[in-house]
Design a protein around this ligand. Sequence first.
Ligand code: ADP
Ligand code: MG
Length: 641
Amino acid sequence: MSRTAAPKANPEALLREGVSMNRTIGRQDEAALALGAKAAVSRAAVAKGGGLASRRLWIGVLVVALALAPMVAGNFTVSLLNDIGIGALVALGLVLLTGIGGATSFGQAAFVGIAAYASAWLTTTQGMSPWIGLVFALALTGLSALAIGLLTLRLGGHFLPLSTIAWGLSIAMLFGNVDALGRHTGLSNIPPLSIAGASLADPRAIYYLIWVIVGLAFLFSSNLLQSRPGRAIRSLRGGSILLASVGEDAYRVRLSLFVTAALYAGLAGWLYAHMNRFVSPSPFDVRASIEYLLMAVAGGLGQLAGALVGAALVLVMKNALQDVLPLLTQRAGQLEAVAFATLFILLLHFARGGLMGFVRRFTRGRFAAPTREASGPVEPLPHRTLPERGTPILSVNGVVKRFGGLVAVNEVSFDVNAGEILGLIGPNGAGKSTMFNLLTCTLPMTAGQVRFLGHDIAGMPQRKVARLGLARTFQHVKLRPHMTLLDNVALGAHSRTGSGLLKAGLRLDRVEEQQILQEAQRQLDRIGLGDRAHELAGSLPLGTQRILEIARALAADPVLLVLDEPAAGLRRKEKMALGDLLRKLREEGVTILIVEHDMDFVMKLVDRLVVMNFGSKLVEGVPAAVRADERVQAAYLGSVV
Ligand code: ADP
Ligand code: MG
């Protein structure tokens, strides 16, 4: 979708506008590539007060600049700005999908094409209004994305991006081979848009519609990212087990994100068709998709404003190349591709955070992301009624797990009673981690039965067990380093609340969001990190990260807390702090099952112990009795502890 006229736009001004956009919307700290978390801590801390004011100021400046632009700029600049707006819409979807959600798409132009052709076909051959075309275009794009997503989003590793190339190619090919769509000649005489009888045929008229839509899309995305579904999206890179542990299905989150990104592309396609009033297959092929991806990467995949900056950068550069290259050679078209490939490679080498990565480093704390404003206390989230102290809440019965010929867990049975801390210990290789995975339904068991609060949980998906009230932590900490402590803990309350994408994007989730943040803050206070709520989780030492994971688990209002080797890798002082916290939680009525390797740590902490060795239960009892047991001593002495 390029224009051929010369670049009379002032690229610097464009970039400045883009930059200010970031300062305003640049909440996205998921730029895992861009910045060291430590450097960002101060920014996050500074952000609370000054951030919001400067954010509003910059949004104001940007809006005024964009509103005035068509009055002072020439025809060419206005057309270029229109293209940039449309490109930014597609790139915005990619920033969300690829930059934040971690799923790379090389086929986004196909969605632009589906919408463009849908509206073009409906308005030219059926004589319908472009506004009906919009509904049709979005419906078709959304359904196509849903179908493609259902088929491909479970693919792991490189297969997902590869599959996007496949459908990207085939959809573009389809446009060129269907008679009703005019084959390679395309569809022309598409009617222009009009609002209340006023035609938007003039680029200066449609300009305002484009930029209002771009503005709304940014607002929607920014709202979304600071919400319940947004936290799930930002946690996608943490893996499906992390999301399952807070009761969410990563596949569903990815699917809804994929459809959202496609709908942004669809909006862009509809605008494109009625602005150019002509569609043909080539602007929707894989090359165009790569250009959109380049926009997102060049701007900075980690933050929303990257979409705008990237679209401006790529389109301004492209126009400049189209002016300059023909002066140098007759093969300008090919050289353009080479120039873009070079830019891509340079970016990947030297500026993975994109242009916005530089800007963020440059501006430091001054424009860092504010969290939503607190609106005063709200009704707390509802609590579960906890079972009476002493009643069994988890019953493990004759559980067996085989890995091929190896019996990792062999006929193990025990109960966990409400209000106690039970330790599951044993030397290396005893089968503790395997047992842990069976209890949390991360692994399917070979035989046996596990009942949690009366439910048979064998074979249940992990997220369902989590929703029943079993919260876990991870031996290898799974925090989102570029999210604040508050956001990390808020993720834990995911299953207690229900706002979806649309509600969050439109900010109809205000009360619930306040409830979540209030709950997260309460849990942070409970573990003693309340005054660091706005720091980034990645900046914490390991011991504190472990404790933060416990707060996230607590935010789920669990009946049972299961901890996987929480003391591993901790220094003595950190272990003591952890022990104190767990004892305090027990006093408050939390039931804890702790899987641990470190004997000394557990002995001082738990009410009862289950000792495993070679997959079987060796003994069960109070710490003193277990410590005195010869079999336990032999098991520990016989292994490298
Ligand atoms: P622990 O946590 O007590 O150190 P694990 O539960 O990790 O012990 O391992 C118990 C046994 O099961 C070990 O012999 C280990 O090699 C084996 N094991 C664990 N996970 C797997 C797996 N995914 N595939 C095959 N063997 C496994
Ligand atoms: Mg282990």
